[in-house]
Design a protein around this ligand. Structure first.
Ligand code: C5P
Length: 494
């Protein structure tokens, strides 16, 4: 029984859950075991037969798909002229690649399948070939494949190479330039656009190695579609879930549709990010505090919650910007569709910002610690025996990240800093804008008992630029982010 193919044929996991009246973890268990419980078999058999599939009754093997209907073209006679090479990598979400192929065809694309060895553990080349009406290529060294279509020609024949699912392993191999199978060789050989729909376990997605591979691939121009948060195919909940096939197909077609051939790099959920002038613009946002270690257990920190910086990153990403959010430790959830770089110290934040440049805009909302301990003890510092004895920590200044970005040779066109001041807000913030060389300063008064700002969802600020001061009323941090984004949009379209 090919359970993945059955799930796809019946419209996905959610449809099966409803059909069998079970929860998502039950489906994960069935997939792990590779078969369905006895009680489910007649229900599934009936549902597949009703959809027009020919099924072997004893093991529910799909023998033939339903005939194509006019709304579901299976062959390329009706295609839009766009050719997509669909690479299926070996992850549990591979079953969704079949539905993606179907959706792409419905949007008029001509799809040719390529599968890694890993993918064949989840779905068969035959099922993809049956859906696309085309041979599914799976071997770099197959004489037949080379005779029919060499891998270079295959790589060059497409308008788009689309990887569904892009597993952690596949992204790592692609990033390293490894070409040890047909799929990765195609990635090196192709001159077409490349898009990937990452899908993996949330812990794997959160791993620094994966983040690095994702960010580097994206820097090299790979268009990333997702991932999103939710119930992942491996049965866990969190970020790493692959976008839905219909959304992947819509995003892929958008990439190769002439009117949409902009530099918008990430397209998710079929949203057209090209509506905002920020679409596709690379924006660095720093957020949260930095934490500077004193010894093995103690550190210097501040009260920044990261709420404002994260809200700005979320708003810009929603408007289609390619956001790199570089944040110190916070409890805020990572906004959807941002590239998250987690750091601890100011030095790490500076290094991450340097690595993220060049960018068109930088917004430094992080509360960077001004000082760090000159020499960090690798042991827990002991309290002196003498209860009267004091303790002196030698501190040195941290690098000023905002000033560094403002004076970088590859300086973003628009650099925005924040100034949290306890007194003389306007004067101090105005001086700060000049001293740090940034274009705008968002200044806010902090330290008031009634309105702490740090950790609050509310903020009241003024935008200070060379053109003067724009005072904003108190509002939610999310609204302040929208307001700032509106000002940035106006600036970039001037
Ligand atoms: O000097 P002050 O910390 O008040 O400046 C605030 C602004 O400067 C913020 O935009 C903050 O992100 C940035 N900053 C920085 N690096 C530092 C200190 C502050 O980027 N070391």
């Amino acid at each position: 029984m090919n359970l993945s193919a059955i799930i796809t044929a019946l419209g996905g996991r959610h449809a099966i859950q409803q059909l069998l009246n079970v929860g998502p973890s039950a489906i994960s268990n069935y997939l792990t075991r590779g078969h369905l419980p006895e009680r489910a078999k007649p229900i599934i058999y009936a549902a597949l037969t009703k959809k027009g599939y020919q099924i072997r009754a004893d093991d529910l093997e799909i023998l033939a798909c339903p005939p194509a209907t006019s709304s579901q073209p299976l062959h390329h006679d009706t295609h839009s002229g766009k050719r997509i090479l669909l690479i299926v990598a070996g992850g549990i979400a591979a079953y969704k690649a079949l539905e993606t192929a179907r959706q792409l065809q419905q949007l008029g694309a001509h799809v040719t399948g390529v599968m890694t060895d890993g993918a064949k553990q989840f779905i068969t080349p035959l099922s993809l070939a049956a859906l696309t009406g085309e041979k599914c290529y799976d071997s770099l060294f197959s004489l037949t494949d080379e005779a029919e279509m060499g891998h270079i020609r295959l790589a060059r024949s497409a308008d788009l190479v689309l990887v569904v699912p892009a597993t952690a392993n596949f992204m790592a191999r692609a990033n390293a330039g490894i070409a040890d199978d047909l799929a990765t060789t195609i990635l090196l050989a192709t001159t077409a656009k490349v898009a990937m729909a990452p899908a993996m376990n949330p812990a794997m997605w959160a791993h620094a190695a994966t983040k690095h591979n994702f960010a580097t691939l994206r820097q090299r121009g790979v268009h990333m579609i997702g991932p999103v948060s939710g119930d992942t195919a491996c049965g866990e909940e969190g970020e790493g879930r692959m976008c839905e096939p219909a959304d992947i197909a819509a995003a892929a077609m958008q990439l190769i549709t002439p009117q949409n051939m902009t530099n918008a790099q990430d397209i998710t959920n079929g949203r057209n990010h090209n509506k905002s002038p920020l679409a596709g613009k690379r924006i660095i946002v720093t957020s949260g505090p930095t934490i500077e270690p004193i010894d093995k257990v103690r550190f210097i920190a501040n009260r920044s919650s990261g709420k404002q910086g994260h809200a700005i990153a979320a708003t810009l990403a929603k408007r289609g910007a390619d956001v790199i959010l570089i944040s110190g430790p916070v409890n805020e959830p990572t906004p959807d569709q941002v590239t998250m770089v987690q750091v601890t110290t100011a030095s790490e934040m500076l290094a991450a910002c340097k690595a993220a440049l060049p960018a068109e805009i930088a917004i430094c909302a992080a509360a960077v610690a001004d000082w760090r301990v000159q020499s960090i003890s690798d042991q827990k510092l002991k309290k002196p025996e003498d209860p009267e004895a004091g303790m002196t920590l030698a501190l040195c200044q941290n690098p000023d990240i905002l000033a560094h970005i403002s004076s970088a040779s590859n300086r973003p066109k628009l650099v925005i800093g924040f100034a949290a001041e306890t007194k003389n807000l306007l004067q101090n913030a105005t001086k700060k804008r000049q001293r740090k060389g940034c274009d705008w300063i968002i200044a806010n008064q902090v330290g008031g008992d009634a309105d702490p700002v740090f950790g609050s969802t509310l903020n009241q600020a003024m935008l200070i630029s060379a053109n003067g001061v724009d005072e904003w009323p108190q509002m939610q941090k999310a609204d302040l982010a929208e307001r700032l984004a509106d000002h940035i949009e106006a600036e970039v379209t001037r």
